[in-house]
Design a protein around this ligand. Structure first.
Ligand code: GLN
Length: 547
């Protein structure tokens, strides 16, 4: 049976709970333990799939097709353990399950209440697959004291009480603000936050204190005394230059030791941190720099493209270069010539997206990359728009468009090069969708196989002709136009195994122009950079030598 670590946050949000959890996972792995990380989110959306990336950052998709919180991306990147549907849950999901059961009559006439029905549902969720790993790390979203969070805090309190002693541990992340005037780190907000936790029956075993300054011994002792933890369980979380330094950093801070001590695991197995030493070496000792433009819509919030930014960093690590990413608002090209803005970049990436806004600019970016032989990686919408660009500007289909936003209006017809996908095959069953279906969870989601053409650029990059990648989209490039596009040099070099759905396109006579219908960024790891990102950055490095 797994040991459970519950990670909560206090004082303010955005303290880096996800990263601290992911780092702890990586450190436990380095000591030979198996881990799984989970996120419990108090918001009422059933999943983050329907939330704007402006509000909540990117939606991370799992192999088994769940749309989840971006923290699951950190978990995967740090541990290499593929997240599953059952690793992310929200209040919305919990309540909808409880209400479904109520409607079905599963509760046999009982009055349905937060305690025990909602809390039981949460506890059941926490324990899914508990026999499979040594440690289950469960992070609770939000901060202690939030109204929505209460059922989750109550559930983990009960859960720990249901388990044999010593099976569960509570780790609480807080903030130590620094008062410039008095030159002091203040511990009071942390004391209050712990008091709040204790008032709902949870006594933290470990405090991880985010701080801009090192925490002097005196403050650690004070925190230990007032918050009732051991002084060596007060862990400082200082700002780091790179997130990939975090596992080594937390190891130096003895976080993993504190956790093993709390579980009385003695002697603690020695850690093997070679993987993280290598990662840090690559992050901190680059031998050059490349500049990549991401032409997108959600450029104000970098979290909206979190996995892409990280995958580019990994690509840089593979090539020992630093990747400088600049976010370019696609709508800029409505007014300006893209050449003015894109000239200085060594590569261009157009990410996924939904809706028409910004598509004109992205099409111009694809055209610029094609014409100027700049490496181009188009992801999902970025692939669809590259195909529309090719159809309009090279294959002579001047009215090429996408059913996502082009509608037959009046006399003006358009060529639906990208069309709404209404049925497809998943494993060995057929999935069907109607236009008016719910917005949540109705896309082609999760891992699907693709077959790559022998001798294509992508087959060379992957070193294989059979791949599996994660998807999240409603629309597809129509194979009806394949012959026309291939005739002008845009090859359909990756297809679904049944040959119906284009997965990859590449320009034949271009140094590096690839569009993929899936999201390769979701599977990239610092210690295992995704081949497409590694090769994209290699191509950018090549360009940087030429300019
Ligand atoms: N909007 C497009 C579709 O639904 C692309 C989605 C995406 O880029 N993730 O097919």
């Amino acid at each position: 049976m797994a040991r459970f670590v519950f990670i909560t946050g206090g004082v303010v949000s955005s303290l880096g709970k996800g990263l601290a959890s992911a780092s702890l996972g990586a450190l436990l792995q380095a000591r030979g333990f198996s881990v799984r990380l989970r996120k419990l989110d108090p918001y009422l959306n059933v999943d983050p799939g329907t939330m704007s990336p402006f509000e909540h950052g990117e939606v991370f998709v799992t192999d088994d097709g769940a749309e989840t919180d971006l923290d699951l991306g950190h978990y995967e990147r740090f541990t290499g353990v593929a997240a599953r549907k059952t690793d992310s849950v929200s209040s919305g999901r919990i309540y909808s399950t409880v209400l479904e059961k109520e409607r079905r009559g599963d509760y046999l006439g009982k009055t349905i209440q937060v305690i025990p029905h909602v809390t039981n549902e949460i506890k059941d969720f926490i324990s899914i697959g508990e026999d499979e790993v040594d440690f289950m790390l469960c992070e609770i979203g939000g901060t202690v004291g939030d109204i929505e969070g209460l059922p989750f805090f109550e559930a983990i309190r009960q859960f720990a009480n249901d388990q044999p002693r010593g099976q569960c541990l509570f780790m609480h992340l807080t903030l130590l603000p620094f008062l410039k005037a008095s030159g002091e780190l203040k511990t009071k907000p942390t004391q209050h936050s712990v008091k709040e936790l204790r008032s709902i029956g949870i006594a933290p075993d470990i405090l991880v204190c985010r701080s801009e300054h090192p925490i002097p011994m005196k403050e650690r002792e004070k925190l230990a005394l007032f918050c009732n933890v051991r002084p060596d369980s007060v862990i400082a979380a200082l700002d780091l230059k790179s997130i990939y330094e975090a596992p080594l950093y937390f190891h130096r801070e003895r976080l993993d030791q504190a956790v093993l001590d709390a579980f009385q695991i003695t002697p603690a197995p020695k850690p093997n941190l070679a993987r993280w030493d290598d990662v840090a070496d690559r992050v901190f000792n680059p031998e050059g720099e490349v500049k990549v433009a991401i032409v997108g819509k959600y450029t104000q919030l970098e979290d909206a493209y979190k996995s892409i930014a990280e995958a580019l960093t990994h690509g840089g690590m593979a090539n020992r270069v630093k990747v400088r990413v600049e976010w370019v608002d696609a709508e800029l090209f409505d007014r300006e010539d893209p050449a003015i803005c894109l000239q200085g970049f060594h590569a261009i990436l157009v990410p996924g997206g939904f809706g028409e806004r910004g598509t004109k600019g992205k099409i111009k970016a694809a055209q610029f990359a094609r014409e100027h032989k700049v490496p181009y990686l188009g992801i999902c919408l970025g692939m669809q728009l590259a195909v529309i660009e090719a159809a309009r500007n090279v294959a002579g289909l001047t009215n090429a468009g996408s059913e996502e936003w082009d509608h037959e209006a009046g006399q003006k017809r358009f060529e639906p090069v990208v069309y709404h996908l209404k049925e497809w095959v998943q494993g060995n069953h057929k999935v069907e969708r109607k236009v008016g279906d719910d917005k949540g969870g109705t896309m082609r989601l999760g891992a699907y196989d693709a077959v790559l053409s022998e001798g294509s650029k992508v087959a060379g990059i992957y070193g294989s002709t059979n791949i599996e990648e994660r998807h999240r989209h409603r629309y597809e490039v129509d194979t009806k136009y394949r012959d026309k596009l291939e005739a002008v040099g845009l090859k359909f070099s990756g297809m679904s195994p049944d040959g119906r759905l284009p997965e990859i396109v590449e320009w034949e006579d271009h140094p590096w122009f690839i569009g993929v219908q899936f999201h390769p960024e979701l599977k990239s790891k610092p210690f295992e950079p995704h081949p497409l990102f590694a090769d994209f950055v290699r191509a950018a490095k090549e360009t940087s030598r030429l300019v």
